[in-house]
Design a protein around this ligand. Structure first.
Ligand SMILES: [Zn+2]
Length: 212
């Protein structure tokens, strides 16, 4: 079960990717998480990635592709994986097609107007990575899972969110057309609660699995 998950910032992509990984027993591969870990451990790759980020640039395609290639070669990916945060553009998608065969691309679709409210109200747990929305916290500011104090990511302010959504639209949306043309695209209505979205994803993936 080789899956890519797409979705704009705030669409709930990371949350759903974790649920899919747990449910199907496949690794959740988040390129963002890999880079954050490498940067915090100051590995050579982390230092290289940080140098691009410090200059306000994205990590170049060839660097990210190498990271993904190495990760997909690890033994836990034999039965499948869910890839989150990659590919980000058609160039990367074509390169990915040269190193692995995908079974499905899940696109979690949420209208742009809803994404702004979701993102600016998001609070994240530094301990376990769980995310919450201020509307559901009832004034609390601690993680229900591990008790850590929640924080607002620096890039979840309004100006940066608007910029991220615009970058997403211009860079990543062409991917939707690309994967649709390959017959891999599964569009999921993401403007629902987490449970309903996950149930829909499961029915789509179970349907694919039955057809194998
Ligand atoms: Zn937590």
């Amino acid at each position: 079960m080789n899956i890519v998950i797409l979705g704009a910032p705030g669409a709930g992509k990371g949350t759903q990717a974790k649920r899919i990984a747990e449910h199907y027993g496949i690794p959740h591969i988040s390129t963002g998480d890999i880079f954050r870990k490498q940067i915090s451990e100051r590995t050579p790759l982390g230092v290289l990635a940080q140098s691009y980020i410090d200059r306000g640039n994205l990590v170049p395609d060839d660097v990210t592709l190498e990271v993904v290639r190495n990760r997909l070669a690890e033994p836990d990916c034999k039965e499948g994986y869910i890839l989150d945060g990659f590919p980000r553009n058609v160039f990367q998608a074509e390169a990915l097609g040269g190193i692995t065969a995908l079974d499905a691309v899940i696109d979690i679709h949420v209208p742009v107007s809803r994404l702004m409210a979701r993102l600016t109200g998001r609070r994240v747990c530094p301990g376990c990575g769980e995310s919450y929305h201020v509307d559901t916290l009832e004034g609390k500011n601690t993680c229900a899972k591990c008790g850590e104090n929640l924080y607002r990511r620096a890039d979840d302010n309004e100006a940066t969110v608007a910029e991220r959504l615009s970058v997403y639209a211009s860079q990543t949306e062409p991917l939707i057309g690309f994967y649709n043309s390959l017959g891999l695209l599964k569009t999921i209505d993401g403007d629902k609660d987490k449970e309903s979205v996950f149930a829909k994803i499961r029915s789509v993936l179970d349907g694919l699995y039955d057809n194998h």
